[in-house]
Design a protein around this ligand. Structure first.
Ligand code: PMP
Length: 408
């Protein structure tokens, strides 16, 4: 067997489909967000504005967060020293879990090393805790939820995206006495559309199902204290398990679930992805704790964030660029072809000081390739004008259709 050739063939296929990923080599600088230094392939450096960070609120540069991280290193050292069970529970874990439970109005919370792990570990173990469980999963759920549901090995039904009539059909057809769980997201990251969390929860309740809500793209950003869309819509108490990340709006790293104490205790005792891995280091938990606390008290940052997103969408629309409409902070501009998407992204980076990563299959369906912009409170009008000007030029250059128009 020519193993090398087999690996090369796999890569070649991806390259032929225009999906070969090149990571932009960036250096961020304290206080300069959203500017960064990009190291070009030839080794030279240029200043770029980062337009696709999931550090949605710039918390990764908030001095409150950085100071907490520095002081945790100074006081406690680097790593946590073990799994949560074997010496790896630091006081910051305990405090952060209490803070997150409070954020979502729940009894308890459980930390994981990432949002991905929190979804995979929690969803997969639910089948063990609830024998005969059937999970009803939105078709656009994140890869980590799909992995958890698949790895759990139990029964599952996929409902059409945000389609409550379809969900109801599936719930009604399932055995009335089987344990059930509806798994969905609030803000979907690629289209930026938002689920009707209250209506989904009410439907689940009608059929005796539990609910699992991924608020990864909403925590910190929605709700009076940053508790997510469920807080904004006043339905946190209707959701059994709320999952979130510390790596996006909170600007650090890590994931978590919150829920009532029985649910959290069972997952804590049974989920492999929680038990058998080194816990988050003190600097991360201290930074996340500072970030969650700070954002609870700063709703004006959330308002500014929404305002920035609306302004950018309006500017793209005014320029006739095909921005996908949604009610969130995510600004997708549709290109519809992987090679064009990559070319526009490459030229924005190399010639216009704009960094936005192309989004291609399998992250989004083929034919819906796009550029996904995530303006933060730190993106100024001037940065937006430059971005839109560059996009207009490149759109003409690549001959991509505008809104209401056609490529020649
Ligand atoms: N859920 C959703 C909806 C996500 O988009 C992501 C990451 N992009 C995750 C979970 C995983 O979160 P993390 O990055 O913290 O692993």
């Amino acid at each position: 067997m020519d193993y090398k050739a087999a690996f090369r063939a796999a890569v070649d296929q991806i390259r032929d489909e225009g999906r070969y990923r090149v990571f932009a080599d960036l250096k961020r600088h304290r206080g300069a967000f959203p500017h960064a230094t990009w190291t070009r392939p030839d080794g030279g450096e240029s200043d770029v504005v980062v337009w696709c960070s999931n550090d949605y609120l710039g918390q990764g540069q908030n001095p409150i967060v950085l100071d907490a991280m520095h002081s945790a290193i100074d006081q406690h050292g680097s790593g946590s020293g073990g799994t949560r069970n074997i010496s790896g529970t630091n006081h910051h874990h305990v405090e952060l879990e209490a803070e997150l439970a409070d954020l979502h109005g729940k009894d308890a919370a459980l930390l994981f090393t990432s949002g991905y792990v929190s979804n995979e570990a929690s969803l997969s173990v639910l089948y063990k805790i609830l024998p005969g469980l059937i999970i009803f999963s939105d078709e656009q759920n994140h890869a980590s939820m799909i992995a958890g549901i698949r790895n759990g090995g139990g029964r599952r039904h996929i409902f059409r995206h945000n389609d409550l009539a379809h969900l109801e059909e599936l719930l009604a057809a399932a055995p009335a006495d089987a344990p059930k769980l509806v798994a969905f997201e609030s803000v979907y990251s690629m289209d930026g559309d938002i689920a009707d969390v209250g209506a989904t929860a009410a439907l689940a309740k009608k059929y005796g199902a539990m609910t699992y809500l991924d608020e990864v793209h909403a925590v910190g950003m929605y709700g009076q204290r940053g508790g997510g869309v469920a807080e904004r819509d006043n339905v946190m108490d209707q959701i059994d398990i709320i999952e979130g990340t510390l790596g996006k709006a909170f600007g650090v790293m890590g994931g978590y679930i919150t829920g009532n104490s029985e649910v959290i205790d069972a997952i804590r005792l049974m989920a492999s992805g929680f038990i058998f891995t080194t816990s988050l280091p003190p600097a991360l938990t201290a930074g996340a704790l500072a970030s969650v606390k700070w954002l609870k008290l700063h709703p004006e940052v959330r308002e500014m964030h929404q305002e920035r997103a609306q302004t950018l969408k309006a500017m793209f629309r005014a320029a006739g660029l095909p921005v996908m409409e949604n009610d969130s902070h995510i600004v997708p501009v549709m290109v519809g072809d992987p090679n064009h998407t990559k070319l526009i992204s490459d030229l924005l980076l190399a010639e216009h000081g704009v960094y936005v990563q192309p989004i291609n299959y399998p992250t989004v369906p083929r034919g819906t390739e796009r550029l996904r912009f995530t303006p933060t409170p730190f993106h100024t009008d001037d940065m937006m004008r430059k971005l839109v000007g560059a996009m207009e030029q490149l759109w003409a250059h690549c001959n991509v259709a505008r809104m209401g128009g056609h490529a020649a």
